[in-house]
Design a protein around this ligand. Structure first.
Ligand code: ZN
Length: 314
């Protein structure tokens, strides 16, 4: 997706644009403490001459203004399950009302220095691929090529009956026609928090109760964002592709993920079981810390920028 396609200059108020994408790397690197640098040096030593597979999570996108609902400072949040979404009309209506608002914010997010560093590692021939748990498409926006969107993508919607996929941008125009004043009325009520899956907190019950959902234009089936909900499995083919990326690599680097869900945790466990070093970059404890050969407790953007600078290319 190009910058122009992402919507030009009209950005909604309250969006956390950091400007990291255009900041010089030196500014990003200046954020590293001596302790953090030492840990990164150990990580770089381990990675030198070895091909990497990257596993990334929400912590990578916080510098793009997308909050990480599992991060150390985040407010606990329980996302809607697949069973709730398909089984309860009222909950689904609430979901779409919030997603309608959240999508408008998420689509304006830009990749940050961390995403560009990952792209640089790939361009230098150092990676077998990138597995991301994020649905925000910021790796692709930064120019990375070999990316598996493990949990799907926020910019598409799928019909649960005929499996037709349409763009979320198209659905946005349909929802806007069905709910002409919705965004205006919500925005008027004050700042809104948005989650990494485009879920936004809309508290006005009357607005939610009046929200009109859209069905599949082909078969009238139920539409769902094309990403994996809690209580839903990652498609088997996608998991197999991700394992193949891990098996082709010599080191697994997990960055910005607390590895809370098994759909991500299985990859460092698989790598470790096969005797491959695992490096974890994350502020705070992760569920995969017992698999880590080196753990780096530092910011994700600056750590990846550091590694992209020091690791010798192919
Ligand atoms: Zn359909």
């Amino acid at each position: 997706m190009t910058e122009t396609e992402k919507g030009g200059t009209s950005r909604p108020v309250g969006l956390g644009l950091t400007g990291f994408a255009s900041a010089p790397a030196a500014d990003t690197l200046a954020k590293l403490s001596d302790v953090e640098r030492a840990a990164l040096e150990s990580a770089a030593e381990l990675m030198t001459g070895r091909r990497l597979v990257l596993l990334t999570g929400a912590g990578l996108s916080t510098d793009s203004g997308i909050p990480d609902y599992r991060g150390p400072t985040s407010v606990p949040r329980s996302p809607m399950t697949y069973q709730q979404f398909v089984g309860n009309d009222q909950l689904r209506q609430r979901y779409w009302a919030r997603n309608h608002l959240g999508w408008h914010r998420l689509r304006h997010a830009d990749p940050n220095a961390g995403h560009f560093a990952v792209r640089d590692l790939e361009r230098a021939g150092l990676t077998t691929g990138i597995i991301t748990q994020n649905v925000d498409r910021l790796h692709e926006d930064a120019g990375a090529r070999n990316v598996i969107d493990l949990h799907g993508r926020y910019d598409q919607v799928i019909c649960l009956s005929c499996r037709t996929v349409v763009s979320r941008a198209h659905l946005a125009t349909v929802l806007e026609e069905l709910n002409p004043r919705f965004l205006e009325l919500v925005e008027a009520a004050g700042p809104v928090e948005t989650a990494p899956d485009a879920d936004a907190v809309v508290e006005q019950e009357a607005l939610i109760a009046g929200f009109r959902m859209a069905d599949c234009e082909i078969c009238d089936g139920m539409l769902k964002p094309d990403f994996v909900f809690f209580g839903e499995n990652v498609p088997k083919d996608r998991v197999a592709d991700a394992y193949a990326m891990v098996d082709a690599a010599e080191v697994l680097l997990a960055a910005g993920t607390s590895l809370t869900v098994m759909s991500g945790l299985r990859f460092p466990r698989h790598a470790a079981k096969n005797g491959k070093p695992v490096v974890i970059i994350n502020r705070g404890v992760t569920r995969g810390d017992d698999t880590a050969t080196v753990k780096v407790e530092a910011g994700v953007s600056e750590s990846l920028t550091y590694l992209a600078q020091v690791l010798p290319g192919d």
